[in-house]
Design a protein around this ligand. Structure first.
Ligand SMILES: O=P(O)(O)OC[C@H]1O[C@H](OP(=O)(O)OP(=O)(O)O)[C@H](O)[C@@H]1O
Ligand code: HPA
Ligand SMILES: [Mg+2]
Length: 184
């Protein structure tokens, strides 16, 4: 799919490929400064954070290691169930490590507040959060986010890792959907 021809299922572009790329590079420069003398572990939250993890990790100059967790609170729908399940845990211990959780989006905040508490209980040196997108109006759980790419209005978006019923993750940009996309 193409930024100039959205077809019948994509409604409106919310973030272009260039906006995403430029913002990730800005935040990567901040992270480079903040973690200059630290051993940084990036923890990506599958599946949504795959794109941002690939691009952020390559924009960083500090040495990093990378691990992934899979948790699910949305299932295939458009609402968070609030119940978080670990589908895949980290491969390594994070004891004594500086952890940066890499998320695509914070919507209700339920996934992340649960995840940060879970990681803090494992004895890391620090836990901070990077989120490419955040919906401030949707937050029901309090989360302290160190690096935020974009604050978005409260509407469902897809692309750049984000899905609706597992589709649209591979769009290089972020967009809203038309009612036709929700109908089938
Ligand atoms: O702030 P919240 O309301 O909790 O929503 C944010 C979470 O929801 C999405 O994941 P999802 O559970 O859909 O899994 P996915 O990444 O595999 O799509 C997204 O990637 C975040 O992890
Ligand atoms: O707006 C969204 N789109 C896709 N997945 C999501 N998970 C939380 N919010 C969203
Ligand atoms: Mg999802």
């Amino acid at each position: 799919m193409d930024e100039n021809d959205l077809g019948t299922k994509l409604d409106r572009i919310v973030l272009t490929e260039k906006e995403i790329r430029d913002r990730i590079h800005e935040l990567a420069a901040e992270i480079d400064r903040d973690y200059a003398d630290r051993d940084l572990l990036l923890v990506g939250v599958l599946k949504g954070a795959v794109m941002v993890m690939a691009d952020l990790s390559r924009a960083l100059h500090v040495p990093v290691t990378v691990d992934f967790m899979a948790v699910s609170s949305y299932g295939s729908g458009r609402r968070s169930s609030g119940v978080v399940r670990i589908l895949k845990d980290l491969d390594e211990s994070i004891e004594g490590r500086h952890v940066l959780v890499v998320e695509d989006i914070i919507d209700s905040g339920l996934t992340l507040s649960w995840l940060v508490a879970n990681l803090r209980s494992r004895g890391p040196a620090s836990v901070e959060v990077f989120a490419l997108m955040r919906k401030p109006d949707a937050l029901v759980a309090d989360v302290d986010v160190r690096y935020v790419g974009f604050d978005l209005p409260r509407e469902f978006v897809v692309g750049y890792g984000l899905d609706y019923a597992e589709r649209y993750r591979n769009l290089p940009f972020v967009a809203t959907l038309t009612s036709e996309a929700y109908d089938g």
